[in-house]
Design a protein around this ligand. Sequence first.
Ligand code: ADE
Length: 419
Amino acid sequence: MPASEIKDINLAGLGKQRIEWAEGDMPVLRMIRERFRKEQPLKGLRLAVCAHITSETANLATTLAAAGGDCLLIASNPLSTQDDVAAALVKEHGLSVYAIKGEDVATYSKHVRIALDHKPHLIIDDGSDLVATLLQERQNQIKDIIGTTEETTTGITRLIAMEKDNQLTFPAISVNDAQTKHMFDNRYGTGQSTLDGVIRATNRLVAGRNLVVLGYGWCGKGCAMRARGLGANVIVTEVNPLRAIEAVMDGFRVMPIAEAAALGDIFITVTGNRHVIDGPHFAKMRDGAIVCNSGHFDLELNLVALEEQSTGKREVRPLMEEFTLKSGNRVYVLAQGRLVNLSCAEGHPASVMDMSFANQALAVEYLVKHKGKLKAGVNKLPEEVDQEIATLKLKSLGMHIDQLTPEMNEYINSWKSGT
Ligand code: ADE
């Protein structure tokens, strides 16, 4: 058995079943895996994968292993690991996994260092903790790095900051910028899995409730759309005027959080920014308000400020804490402010992760094929990769679309004919 740190190897049987169930809805990744098995594009290369250890990620890991890669996996979040999946990856697939649901921050940090001890040539990062640690503590390993891929909006913002600071001296691929990633994973994946997390954690009816979505990026759009579908009265908060207009025209009420705080029954943060729900906002909330975060890091809610104005807190359901404020009002926080969709539910469904992880797998292959030729810093995946993934996904859904006729093709490529 490979070196690992997981909760319980005896959970492997259940994990195996869940990995197979996810695989059934990941046809694009399966096709890539078959090609990789024949072509062995990662032969002889070591990979460190920092990701949510889910049944979908397991299918990415087995794809990279089928390509000849020597993969070690760590959790990208202390609460998102599916312990049965981690066990199956170790027992059934022989992969090294360092991930335990509920691990503390010290263990999480230890696992980041273990991943770097694997001496990776390639990094698959989710939030950029691996790359940030590499740059700060393992400069001597940078010469061996071919590149990194990053699939979160948060991680890419961080990579851009590293690049501006002249620290990112190897290529990174911004998988999140692929259309087949953010249009589906961020919107439909986050939309469904976040509401799933809120519902599994609380078992509250959403219909008729005021649900506040903070941030109207792709993830915010998905959450707002799905909350409306469940009958919520959705309020959106934004700092970007364009996105705010978009939310208005999509039919949502838009207002500052200082006003929304007093109206919401349920709050979901998806901004990628810090303390978007702050002390004064908690103070204004209705008795019984439910607050959670679906952005990558656990800093969107200022829980220190909430605690300071509380007279007590207790766990009232799994991953749900009740804070009693000095006013007597109670505020319920889900998953300690960590990703509610992965902590309280199972993350995005396999069908969208199929496209996200197809992008990850093809991005890693692209890095290897273009070794030494890509610029240091953040690179996009070529448009053709997006087109290929979209085409394969449509085909797997049994759908056919129209093709441009020669006449249409000629028209859109010329400028001469008008009215
Ligand atoms: N991010 C969001 N959902 C996910 C999932 N199911 N697996 C891995 N990463 C995810």
